[in-house]
Write a protein that binds this ligand. Structure first.
Ligand code: NDP
Length: 283
């Protein structure tokens, strides 16, 4: 018998309600892997100690959530190029003694676009609502995937303009910023529209971004980052117009899939992971 489990987990503050454990442990069970995923509550000032501890205990990798995604960077040995462009790390893989920082949020989004929505982002025109961490990750991965143009609408001027100037300086994508003061009216030339704000997140489940979809092209792909509940009012409004949708649950599952594959080297059981999260969210 081998009573020693391989360890991964998430460092955050707080972490009690972080649901990633549910899909990762379901995947370990499905593949018969003796691995465990732990929710580890680490206050900001203890992060350096925690990272030393993970190194000492031989963790295979870990996730980072609020408030550690930026603070962890100087504590790691290497940062993947896209995570460096995004300026945040949400997944670390341990290769020998080295801790390598990755960002799977935007990668998970992109995988959903390609594999679930079956849309090739190359050459597409994208509108992103929001300019926080999720928006930055999505924008960088879309830029690296060769979209033609990204237009960002954000409520606060400062965050939006910094995000777009970083994007233009660090990638070759064409990007513009507009302050989002009143209703955003979609135009028929837009191919992909993403709500990357926190509007609609539980418990504020009736909230909807101020968007008018009436002029959307029938092929517009409408995406949301909100994983819980996945059928946000925004997703429902797009569906009601017959538009294709991609939920934040898909993004969450795919970023977990990418983490699982980075850590274990095995192909992730995507359907099992998605079902586990749906059960947790009572979808
Ligand atoms: P941030 O706090 O970094 O950014 C929040 C963004 O939402 C900002 O652009 C903010 O605008 C905007 N916003 C919030 N409330 C409003 C409002 N009432 N009206 C207009 N704009 C608003 O958060 P994150 O980017 O980290 O996360 C955003 C969402 O993405 C969260 O709900 C999170 O759960 C989700 N997420 C989902 C993931 C997934 O895998 N599905 C992965 C990561 C995040 P302003 O700059 O003006 O404040």
């Amino acid at each position: 018998m081998n009573y020693k489990s391989e360890l991964v987990g998430v460092l955050g503050y707080p972490v009690a309600e972080n649901p990633t454990i549910v899909m990762q442990e379901a995947a370990f069970r499905e593949l018969g892997l003796n691995w465990r995923y732990l929710n580890l509550e680490v206050p900001p000032e203890r992060l350096p100690d925690a990272i030393k501890g993970l190194r000492a205990m031989g963790f295979q990798g870990f996730n980072l959530t609020i408030p550690h995604k930026v603070a962890v960077i100087p504590l790691l040995d290497e940062i993947a190029p896209d995570a460096a462009l995004i300026g945040a790390v949400n997944t670390v893989r341990c290769v020998g003694e080295r801790l390598i920082g990755e960002n799977t949020d935007g990668k998970g989004f992109l995988r959903g676009v390609r594999e679930e929505a079956r849309v090739d982002p190359k050459g597409k025109r994208v509108v992103l609502l929001g300019a926080g961490g999720a928006a930055r990750a999505i924008a960088v991965e879309l830029a690296l995937a060769g979209v033609a143009e990204i237009t960002v609408y954000n409520r606060s001027q400062s965050r939006g303009s910094v995000m777009v100037s970083d994007l233009v300086a660090r990638t070759s994508v064409k990007a513009t910023f507009h302050v989002w003061t009143d209703t955003y009216h979609t135009t028929p030339d837009i191919d992909i529209l993403v709500n990357s704000t926190s509007i609609g997140l539980y418990p504020d489940v009736d909230a909807m971004p101020d968007v008018d979809l009436s002029d959307a092209h029938s092929s517009l792909l409408v995406c949301d980052v909100i994983p819980n509940p996945p059928q946000t009012p925004f997703m429902r409004a797009a569906k009601a117009r017959g538009l294709q949708t991609l939920t934040g649950l898909s993004m969450l599952v795919f970023q977990g899939v990418i983490g699982f594959e980075m850590w274990t080297g095995h192909k992730a059981p995507e359907a099992v992971m998605k079902a586990a999260l749906e059960e947790a969210f009572e979808v």
